[in-house]
Design a protein around this ligand. Structure first.
Ligand code: MLT
Length: 272
């Protein structure tokens, strides 16, 4: 792991391998470890860069060492995209990247594409959405942002792990479920609040999907209840030339739940 200073924060980053840069951007409220199987599979051919985003995992504020010193400011999706460009600059990555994001990582991918098209070679969107939140979902986020300090991260971890996995994963990979529960529980509550506020104000990108002009792969777990296959298929259909892959025995965290199938889809896409 490296600690890379990008101004006001040090981002913890796993960087492995050489070649075309493959940037792996985690979901909420996780950390780069969610990509362990992809880091392993692709670092023999690619320069894999897997950061902990601002406030998450082992990333730390440069000044006082807390995960997130400005908890009241929303962690916006385009602010997080800016961080990633600063990270690429700090790592001296000059060529365009393959951007692979899961869920919140996908929300960030849309903003990265919008703001930094010259930095993008291809997109891999896992278990994500292009739509903004409906009013109810937005209120739920803001309620969590308000209540998290009092409720504690353990209760959120339990509630989320009940929803994000496929029933198959729940039954056959209890250690994976427990690991993700621990990651969520270990996330600073202020980061959870700030990211919820940031996601609540993210823009609806559905109308501009037709303008995406880089090779794109859309991957979804068949049992994803948060970004369901029908919605992700519609995203793929709206992006010119995009490929769509539905992965069995996986829910919202397909790259973890069924890594061999997701890796095969990514490999086929990258080999084309
Ligand atoms: C994620 O996995 O990043 C979250 O489900 C994103 C969200 O809360 O919309």
């Amino acid at each position: 792991m490296k600690n890379v200073n990008i101004g006001d924060v040090h981002l913890a980053v796993e960087e492995r391998g050489q070649g075309v840069p493959l940037l792996l951007v985690h979901g909420f409220p996780l950390a780069h470890e969610m990509w362990a199987a992809q880091i392993e599979a692709f670092s023999s051919e690619f320069r894999v860069i897997a950061p902990d985003l601002r406030g998450f995992g082992r990333s730390r504020d440069a000044l006082d060492g807390t995960p997130n010193r400005t908890p009241d400011a929303p962690l916006t999706m385009d602010g997080l995209a800016d961080d990633l460009v600063l990270l690429l600059e700090a790592l001296e990555v000059d060529e365009p990247v393959v951007f692979c994001g899961l869920s919140m990582g996908g929300y960030i991918a849309w903003q990265f594409w919008r703001k930094y098209p010259e930095r993008l070679r291809a997109l891999i969107l896992c278990d994500t959405r292009s739509a903004a939140d409906a009013p109810d979902a937005r209120s739920d986020r803001l309620r969590m942002a308000e209540g998290i300090a009092e409720w504690g991260t353990r209760s959120i971890a339990a509630a989320m792990t009940a929803k994000i996995f496929s029933p198959v994963t729940q039954q056959h990979q209890p250690e994976l479920v427990a690991k993700v529960r621990e990651t969520i529980a270990a996330t600073d509550p202020r980061t959870i609040a700030a990211a919820q506020r940031g996601m609540a104000e993210r823009p609806d990108m559905t109308a501009v999907l037709g303008e995406i002009n880089v090779p794109t792969l859309v991957v979804v777990g068949r049992d994803d209840a948060l970004s369901p296959p029908a919605e992700m298929r519609a995203i793929a259909e709206a992006i010119p030339g995009a490929e769509f892959v539905e992965v069995s025995e996986a829910g919202h965290l397909a790259p973890m739940e069924n890594a061999p199938a997701v890796n095969e889809a990514i490999r086929r896409f990258l080999d084309d």
